[in-house]
Design a protein. Structure first.
Length: 122
């Protein structure tokens, strides 16, 4: 198992959806993040500068989710992942993004995507 910092169950309301009708109203979304990178330095130093600040990461997710509009969940997940990698370029980022109670036949509790971005080579 690789070292990681994770954020589970982060929720926000946003105007995302393929149709104009979906984008006119807000819907609830849930995000689970896994940010993989070595935590050895933080374990030794006890300094937040040596790890992932999950407060900053949560702020990125909520900011993008509430202030932007995307048609596809894949695009929103990609924007979240790329923004996190701007802060932590050596990290591998996995994003699970769910649209809660989507307007689909059968009334699913959630539909979503999982996107994994490899660490950026520097």
């Amino acid at each position: 198992m690789t070292d990681c910092v994770f954020v589970r169950g982060l929720e926000f309301e946003g105007n995302h959806g393929y149709t104009a009708a979906e984008r006119r109203g807000t819907r609830r979304f849930r995000v689970n993040l896994t940010i993989e990178l070595s935590l050895a330095a933080a374990a030794a130093s006890d300094r937040i500068a040596d790890t992932v600040d999950y407060w900053k990461v949560s702020e990125v997710v909520v900011g993008l989710g509430t202030r932007s509009t995307f048609r596809l969940l894949e695009a929103l997940a990609g924007a979240i992942g790329h923004k996190i990698q701007e802060l932590y370029p050596r990290a591998r980022v996995a994003i699970e993004l769910e649209k809660l109670a989507p307007p689909c036949p059968g009334v699913p509790a959630a539909c979503g995507v999982r996107l994994v971005l490899p660490a950026v080579e520097t």
